[in-house]
Design a binder for this molecule. Structure first.
Ligand SMILES: *[C@@H]1O[C@H](CO)[C@@H](O)[C@H](O)[C@H]1NC(C)=O
Ligand SMILES: *[C@@H]1O[C@H](CO)[C@@H](O)[C@H](O)[C@H]1NC(C)=O
Ligand SMILES: *[C@@H]1O[C@H](CO)[C@@H](O)[C@H](O)[C@H]1NC(C)=O
Ligand SMILES: *[C@@H]1O[C@H](CO)[C@@H](O)[C@H](O)[C@H]1NC(C)=O
Ligand SMILES: *[C@@H]1O[C@H](CO)[C@@H](O)[C@H](O)[C@H]1NC(C)=O
Length: 322
């Protein structure tokens, strides 16, 4: 008996559970796991490296309650939740976002990957010294299958949604177009979803200055609108017809110069989808009164939190559980 206890003790000490509340995240699908840290009972950060994007990438993961005890056959749908310009993986749970309060009680896994403060959720046309900057490939062809391998997900279109704010709203819609076989639902909050909008281009060049990356990095030569320009090729408006088999929710206010530009983008997308007879939900909340929760219709967190609260039950109503 003594021997047996010693044996158990030795095995336990040599092979301790790395982080018992969370599964062990292992490398694969082009991602090398370099760090893990628990934030709270349901939230953790995994750091990965990839040959598609330069540097360490943080991925913040919100697990549903009781994930570890719910059994091997219990699988959950996944929401990919993208941050905005000048932001990072922590924004939705820390820097103004209250995603854990909004989503933490749902039977849902939420993945909040870094997309770089100026990554623009695209494979850069002119990465220059910042190369590689293939954010779209990194997120959709590496992070998505890696998450499906490491967590008990409903690993198919019927179990996946994507949403984001501002630059992340662009990402959510553009990813759902290019990878419409991956996502059942896309939601854009104050999304910069028209690259030919003058205000969006101005915002892009303004935010770029702070991040010291090339002006023409993500989409090529600025203000160029010839058919071969990245601003046309990567424009969500240009490819709206690819959203035919995706559920779409758009949200925007109209207060302040930045949100007014986003409002123009969303109106343009609304008209485009209507002309294509593609059903979608468009909540234009103006000064914010109609959506509430402290939103004043500006380009601000209370509105994005309110929009996430509004869209969460719509997403949960269509995503499959297992
Ligand atoms: C791993 O993450 C922890 C918590 O964020 C941090 O303190 C530590 O420095 C990181 N280690 C490495 C090797 O990056
Ligand atoms: C999690 O487990 C606890 C204890 O069994 C239970 O009270 C609670 O309702 C569960 N929560 C969910 C969301 O299933
Ligand atoms: C979940 O629901 C409980 C009970 O309604 C509440 O106390 C808690 O704050 C909610 N949110 C999270 C993230 O658990
Ligand atoms: C996606 O959502 C719709 C509901 O709008 C549903 O009918 C469809 O079966 C879902 N799954 C897939 C794989 O598209
Ligand atoms: C969306 O477009 C349709 C017609 O194209 C229009 O009737 C509707 O008012 C628009 N919605 C908003 C919120 O502007």
């Amino acid at each position: 008996m003594m021997k047996y206890c010693q044996f158990i003790f030795v095995v336990y000490c040599l092979l301790p559970p790395v982080h018992s509340d969370f599964p062990d995240f292992v490398s694969g699908f082009g991602l090398t796991v370099t760090n893990f840290s628990k934030v709270n009972e349901q939230l953790c950060d995994v750091t990965v490296q990839s040959q598609e994007v330069k540097g360490d990438q943080q991925i913040r993961i919100l697990l549903p309650q009781n994930y570890t005890t719910s059994g091997k056959t219990r699988r959950y749908p996944v929401l990919y939740l993208l941050h905005g310009g000048m932001g990072g993986a922590e924004d939705w749970t820390q820097k103004g976002g209250i995603a854990q309060q909004i989503l933490g009680n749902l039977s849902l896994i939420t993945i909040m990957p870094n997309g770089d403060p100026f990554g623009w959720y695209t494979n850069w046309i002119n990465p220059g010294k910042a190369a590689p900057q293939n954010w779209r490939t990194f997120h959709n062809e590496q992070v998505v299958p890696w998450i499906d391998a490491n967590l008990r997900t409903v690993a198919r279109k019927g179990g996946r949604a994507i949403a984001g704010l501002s630059m992340g709203g662009f990402g959510a819609v553009r990813y759902a177009e290019v990878y419409h076989q991956l996502y059942n639902y896309t939601a854009s909050f104050s999304g910069a979803i028209d690259l030919l909008n003058w205000g969006v281009q101005t915002v892009i060049f303004g935010s770029e200055a702070a991040d010291k990356k090339a002006v023409d990095g993500p989409f090529g030569v600025p203000f160029l609108t010839t058919p071969s320009s990245g601003w046309v090729i990567e424009n969500p408006i240009t490819h709206a017809k690819l959203l035919r088999d995706v559920n779409i929710a758009l949200y925007s206010g109209n207060q302040g110069i930045v949100e007014l530009a986003m409002h123009d983008c969303n109106n343009h997308m609304n008209r485009t989808l209507n002309s294509l007879n593609i059903p979608h939900y468009y909540d234009f909340y103006g000064n914010g009164k109609s959506i509430g929760h402290g939103c004043h219709g500006k380009h601000e967190w209370p509105c994005w939190n309110a929009a996430l609260m509004d869209v969460a039950p719509k997403i949960m109503a269509v995503l499959e559980q297992e």
